[in-house]
Design a protein around this ligand. Sequence first.
Ligand SMILES: Nc1ncnc2c1ncn2[C@@H]1O[C@H](C[S@+](CC[C@H]([NH3+])C(=O)[O-])CC(=O)[O-])[C@@H](O)[C@H]1O
Length: 319
Amino acid sequence: MTYNFDSLVRHLAGTPLATWAQTLPALLADKLASGHGDLPRWQAAVDALPVLLPERIELLDGMHLDGECSTSQRQQLEQALRGLMPWRKGPFELFGVHIDTEWRSDWKWQRVAPHLDLIGKRVLDVGCGNGYYLWRMLGAGADSVVGVDPNWLFFCQFQALKRYLPALPAWHLPLMSEELPAKLEGFDTVFSMGVLYHRRSPIDHLLELKDCLRRGGELVLETLVVEGDEFTALVPEDRYAQMRNVWFLPSVPALERWLRRAGFEEVRCVDISVTRLEEQRSTDWMHFQSLPDFLDPDNADRTIEGLPAPTRAILIARK
Ligand SMILES: Nc1ncnc2c1ncn2[C@@H]1O[C@H](C[S@+](CC[C@H]([NH3+])C(=O)[O-])CC(=O)[O-])[C@@H](O)[C@H]1O
């Protein structure tokens, strides 16, 4: 498996991100050398993908690649992709193989996309998972998309997709957002979706995101929320919907206040949606338990810990 971070350096040359980009090839080579124990197995799965040429590329209405693919190539493709299970974010439609992921991430994208103009924008997606939304952002006209996520499996899933779209300006960096330099100030749009509630210091996360934006740039923040006024934030005693690392679930008015305190302007909430059981569930590509197992079997409005069931809000704000 080879990575082309040099193409990122070239793409960002002459932008406010150029100096940072130049530091990445060496940093990422170090990371890859000391990567996760399963990394060689996942890299082997990526290397086992058949050589296929996408003749039709759909990124606007979904993530769909099509082109000539024999039955044996399709079997080889499916087998290699199954070597990268569990697949959480998607779905992907690749040369006749449907990756039915745990999440219907396309539904979230349908809620987010109508509120944005990404044409010609340099975009950062913090906590990008396997990069599903990076492809959709390109479909919406972004100039370039960079995702950061420390999970090596998700990095390899992205590389599997990138193998078929090597020339597209999308890059996945196996980094934590805390590893982004202060005052980067070079992205037009920064996304943080499904990350804030995993952070012990949510305001520091907002400041970190603000640092990545150019002046006038836009933040897209999606996170779990609860009902309540500007003084309300739920901190679970222990687990939330079986997740151990959940810290702050604010109300929308509280989150709007946090964003204003962090220095954002034009703060607005564009969507609040209860997560449906059909949106997050176990599938043939993700065999572990999922949302239906994490809710109270007698009351779908509650998690099995007795807390409010997952509801997510999307907020947009300007630096
Ligand atoms: N410090 C960190 N820095 C960067 N990423 C992190 C960090 N800690 C965890 N992550 C990553 O943040 C992601 C959170 S999932 C959201 C995915 C996508 N955005 C989605 O909206 O579907 C949660 C969910 O399923 O909602 C995971 O991929 C982690 O590896």
